[in-house]
Design a protein around this ligand. Structure first.
Ligand code: PRP
Length: 212
């Protein structure tokens, strides 16, 4: 049967993302335009859920802060609970803590409540994008230190580097960006050609599906 949304590999919503207008102290990517727009967000979740076929998981873990949006969306759509992996100092319950360094070069701590699950629980980890892998590595360690099994990683874009290649070798990795696509090459170069044609009206909540 033909999918009414068209081919799963068109990933049209990636073209909604806004360029960084604030300079190198900020992240290069901002996927929030996808979250704002109903059609984009639902289409992206549909693609990710289709690609998750065969991945068994009991709960979705999401990285503070924006990984909560994707992680909670996936949890709600797949009927699972959601486990927040938080930047340190926020949780008022017993926690475990891991230090990490992200793309900004800043070292900080990530925390997860303890205990969060029984040993052997399969945790699907979500974050909005993975650049150096520092943030996701901290989340993986927190899950594994409690005896959890990382069932897979889900993210909009994962840049290719040694650390992320190692993730792909260890876990199923589901990305909105199709590996090997021109979107992947553009993410690796931290510059999307669609930035040049960015139009905020396309991202507004009720704007319809438009081609890349
Ligand atoms: O692979 P890495 O180099 O670790 O970078 C990726 C992480 O950085 C961004 O979050 P950020 O820490 O900027 O916080 P936010 O989610 O609150 O925007 C992004 O959402 C990932 O969590």
């Amino acid at each position: 049967m033909t999918d009414p949304k068209g081919p799963r590999d068109d990933r049209w919503y990636l073209s909604l993302m806004s360029p960084n207008t604030k300079g190198p102290k900020f992240a290069w990517l901002d996927p929030t335009s996808i979250y704002i727009n109903a059609v984009a967000f639902q289409d992206m979740l549909d693609d990710m859920i289709a690609d998750l076929a065969g991945v068994e998981f009991d709960v979705v873990g999401g990285c503070d802060a924006m990984g909560f949006v994707l992680g909670a969306g996936l949890a709600a759509r797949t009927g699972r609970g959601f486990l927040p992996v938080r930047k340190a100092g926020k949780l008022c319950v017993d926690t475990d803590r891991v230090s990490f360094t992200n793309y900004s070069g800043k070292t900080q701590d990530m925390e997860m409540r303890q205990p969060a699950f029984a040993k052997g629980t399969r945790v699907l980890l979500a974050d909005q994008w993975i650049q150096t892998g520092g943030t996701m590595e901290a989340a993986i360690q927190l899950v594994e230190r409690q005896g959890g099994i990382v069932a897979g990683l889900v993210t909009i874009a994962m840049e290719n580097c040694e650390a992320t290649d190692a993730f792909a070798a260890r876990f199923p990795v589901i990305t909105a960006v199709v590996p090997g696509s021109r979107w992947q090459a553009e993410c690796n170069g931290q510059d999307l050609s669609s930035f040049r044609s960015y139009r905020p009206e396309r991202t507004f909540p009720t704007a319809g599906r438009t081609a890349a």
